[in-house]
Design a protein around this ligand. Structure first.
Ligand code: NAD
Ligand code: TYD
Length: 339
């Protein structure tokens, strides 16, 4: 099988490629990535010489380029990870989110239609369901929860999801969608909560907690997400949506304190800053469907996963130090100075 993976130089796509080449050495994996600020070829360095792996620098919105690639590579399946993925950036500049996340999704699916009704999987997010109240721990997102988005990011992902389902109904494209909760693990870009706090802690820089730090996210180790996607692509029912999450809800402030403790630093590093606009309160996934239908369960406990992740950042300083020394500094100053 030849699989096109888009966005493979990013966090989850990169982890997926590492996982897939090990789990299915008989498959070819063709990665296409635009290499935006979030894409890092160093993430793919461990697989670059694998004879079953190929990389193309390509924008998923580049219709001509994408069609040419499909003609050359003749894929059997496409897994679309490529996206603009950071909520804070979407609040600053929504347009690129609409372009990549919606137009890019349509372009990839048009290619799947044109070259033989190719199997298509959309990597989506629990953020399409909006948020849950903090005082109702009995409520969870199921696949039937209405789409109700808060940020330009989640709205663009929801728009893409609706298009994917429409391409199934209208054209019969064999699609599936996974909606996962927050991931953490190696190769996570340091603009996101966990790697940002690890990097700042190690550099003895202030740890900017939005609002009071009481917002809740449902954290899943990235490899568990990769396994879920792999299962859905192979065994999932066509036209279906699968929620993916690990029943691991945590308040932001508790995560920050845990990282401080693991790194032997002091809680005086914590700085409470102005809250994110439209900040979602709580995400929590009900993963009953993927468990019952496909037997998926998360394998990595948070206590182990966070230790492994911190260890990875300690052992791979050059990966993230290179990122935070470049253009990232301008982004950081813009978002956090005088906040
Ligand atoms: P990321 O920002 O780390 O990586 C995105 C990758 O996509 C980068 O390599 C980037 O260069 C590439 N890319 C961006 N625009 C592109 C374009 N136009 N053409 C080709 N490549 C392009 O993101 P991530 O955290 O790895 O997320 C991957 C997917 O998973 C996204 O679709 C995201 O919505 C979804 N998701 C993420 C999480 C999470 O916690 N990070 C949770 C659920 C779902
Ligand atoms: P993030 O990693 O951006 O993921 P998402 O917004 O998609 O869930 O943020 C996770 C949580 O951490 C979210 O509630 C916002 C909060 N946060 C901070 O408090 N400080 C920060 O510097 C960042 C980046 C996030």
């Amino acid at each position: 099988m030849t699989i096109i993976v888009t966005g493979g130089a990013g966090f989850i796509g990169g982890n997926f490629i590492h996982y897939h080449l090990k789990a299915h050495p008989e498959d070819r994996v063709v990665c296409i990535d635009k290499l935006t600020y979030a894409g890092n070829l160093s993430t793919l360095a461990p697989v670059k010489d694998n004879r079953n792996f190929r990389f193309y620098k390509l924008d998923i919105c580049d219709r001509e380029g994408v069609y040419k690639l499909f003609e050359e590579e003749k894929p059997d399946a496409v897994i679309n990870f490529a996206a603009e993925s950071h909520v804070d950036r979407s609040i600053e500049n929504p347009e690129i989110f609409l372009q990549t996340n919606i137009i890019g999704t349509a372009t990839m699916m048009d290619a799947c239609r044109k070259y033989g009704n190719i199997r298509y999987h959309q990597v989506s997010t629990d953020e399409v369901y909006g948020d849950l109240p903090l005082d109702r721990p009995d409520l969870f997102f199921t696949e039937e929860t209405p789409i109700h988005t808060s940020s330009p990011y989640s709205s663009s992902k929801a728009g893409a999801d609706l298009l994917v389902l429409a391409y199934h109904r209208t054209y019969g494209l064999p699609v599936t969608i996974s909606r996962c909760s927050n991931n953490y693990g190696p190769y996570h870009f340091p603009e996101k909560l966990i790697p940002l706090m690890i990097a700042n802690c190690l550099n003895d820089k202030p740890l900017p907690v939005y609002g009071e730090g009481l917002n809740v996210r449902d954290w899943l180790y990235v490899e568990d997400h990769c396994k879920a996607i792999d299962l859905i692509v192979r065994k999932g029912r066509i036209g279906e949506v699968y929620n993916v999450g690990g029943h691991n809800e945590m308040k932001n402030i508790d995560i920050v304190k845990l990282i401080i403790k693991e790194l032997g630093k002091d809680e005086t590093l914590i700085t409470y800053v102005t809250d994110r606009k439209g900040h979602d309160l709580r995400y929590a996934i009900d993963p009953t469907k993927i468990h019952n239908e496909l037997g998926w369960l998360p394998e990595t406990k948070f206590a182990d996963g966070i230790k492994k992740t911190i260890r990875w950042y300690l052992d791979n300083k050059s990966w993230w130090e290179e990122i935070i020394s470049g253009e990232y500094q301008n982004y950081y100053d813009k978002m956090y100075s005088n906040r």
